[in-house]
Each structure stands twice: as structure tokens, then as C-alpha cells.
Ligand binder design. Structure first.
Ligand SMILES: C[C@H](O)[C@H](O)[C@H]1CNC2=NC(N)=NC(=O)C2=N1
Length: 97
């Protein structure tokens, strides 16, 4: 069962993400990052690659694509907050750019 990250454990897990452009959302236990690509096809291709991993891990982003920009929000709905799955998917998304 996925667990919500505790205040004690979340620091080391999230800090590398913050160092790489992710930020906390003000009123949610969630992280967000905006990815900007060269064009729409690059953006959509990246979304496709990320979607394959999301489906494999059964952990899905909240995201919005406008032209070459993709706004991503990650949180774990089942625990109403951040879990290790969010950090895992965020790392994967960064690696796919
Ligand atoms: C039934 C299904 O396994 C669950 O709804 C999965 C699907 N993808 C998910 N994605 C995210 N971000 N959080 C979840 O809690 C979640 N749960």
C-alpha cells in the first residue's frame, strides 16, 4: 500500500526535485513543474513516453498541454498527498526530456 510521505522522510526525496525545477503547490500536498519544448510534436512525444511509464507504474500525472508547454502536477490521490510514487515519476519525467 502506498503511504503519504511523512515530514521526516520527504526532505531527502523531494530536495533533488526542487533542485531540478519542481516546486510545491501552495494549497495542495503536490509538486509541479512546467516543461517547455521546441514545438508541439516534441511536447506530445515527451508526454507519450511519460504516459507509458505512468501506465506501467499505475501512477498518473495531472497535466495540461498548450502548444509546446506541458504543465505537470504530481500527487497521489489514494493518499491525498505526496508519496514515493510521485518522486519516482518526477525523476522519470526529468530523465525523458
Ligand atoms: C484504481 C487505480 O489503481 C488507482 O486509481 C491509481 C491510478 N493512478 C493514480 N495516479 C495518481 N497520481 N494517484 C493515485 O492515487 C492513482 N491511483
Amino acid at each position: 500500500m502506498t503511504e503519504r510521505l511523512s515530514d521526516e522522510t520527504r526532505g531527502p526525496l523531494l530536495q533533488p526535485l526542487f533542485d531540478n525545477g519542481w516546486t510545491m503547490i501552495e494549497d495542495r500536498d503536490a509538486i509541479t513543474k512546467t516543461f517547455i519544448f521546441d514545438n508541439f510534436v516534441e511536447a506530445f512525444g515527451w508526454m507519450t513516453k511519460a504516459a507509458i511509464w505512468a501506465e506501467k507504474w499505475n501512477h498518473h500525472p495531472e497535466w495540461r498541454n498548450v502548444y509546446k508547454t506541458v504543465e505537470v502536477v504530481l500527487t497521489t490521490h489514494d493518499v491525498d498527498g505526496l508519496s514515493s510514487l510521485d518522486a519516482k515519476l518526477a525523476r522519470k519525467m526529468d530523465s525523458l526530456v
